[in-house]
Design a protein around this ligand. Structure first.
Ligand code: ZN
Length: 205
């Protein structure tokens, strides 16, 4: 069985880019990814991108699938241009194509702090919060998983272990610019960091 695994941390370049939470995100819209409205990648690095120095490790039998649209990319996985309607055309996460139903594993130990479901572009998604001691990083980190097959049953506040299956890759929301079956199954993964702990309680939106 093919397993999509993220044990801290992966991107195509083995460098995780972590934008610091914006004021708006701290106020309660964390599920909307970092929005680099007028910044190019160099400018975004100046504004808080972080190379973690962490190396990915994987459970036995798991593999790292290919990233086809990295963070900040102006194009989708098929090479088409992203609509400027969202984040001014920049990608707010990392897209990793995976067959529908492919298990998604938690990047690190953490706590479920947000769940969202609806007609938004992200479809079904969750956010995990990782304490500094969960990652070894000198910051609180948050990982976001979107386009999931179904809303996980675990409640807000539920503790997750690194490598635990949290859901399956799917096509909820907009995938590749299309809704539902016209899209393609993939995981949208994003990570954020903050020097302070946020989201002790679930955000209502
Ligand atoms: Zn994406």
């Amino acid at each position: 069985m093919k397993i999509l695994a993220f044990a801290f941390l992966i991107t195509a370049s083995l460098m995780l880019i972590l934008p610091e939470l914006s004021d708006a995100q701290q106020r309660g819209s964390l599920m909307g990814a970092f929005s680099p409205r007028r910044a190019d990648l160099d400018q975004m690095r100046e504004r808080g991108f972080l190379e973690t120095g962490l190396k990915p490790v994987y459970p036995k039998g798991a593999e790292c699938l290919k990233v086809t649209s990295p963070f900040g990319s102006g194009t989708r996985s098929d090479g088409s241009a992203r609509t400027r309607k969202f984040y001014n055309g920049y990608h707010g996460g990392t897209d990793i194509p995976a067959k529908e139903g492919t298990p998604i594993l938690a990047i690190a130990d953490g706590k479920v702090v947000h769940k969202v479901e609806g007609m938004g572009i992200g479809g079904i998604g969750i956010i995990l919060q990782h304490r500094p001691q969960d990652t070894g990083l000198d910051a609180w980190t948050y990982t976001e998983y979107k386009h999931l097959t179904e809303m996980p049953s675990f409640p807000i506040g539920h503790q997750i272990r690194m490598g635990e299956v949290i859901d399956q890759a799917g096509t909820s929301g907009t995938t590749g610019g299309y809704y539902g079956a016209a899209g393609f199954s993939h995981l949208h993964l994003a990570a954020f960091y903050s020097q302070e702990e946020h989201l002790d309680t679930p955000i209502n939106r």
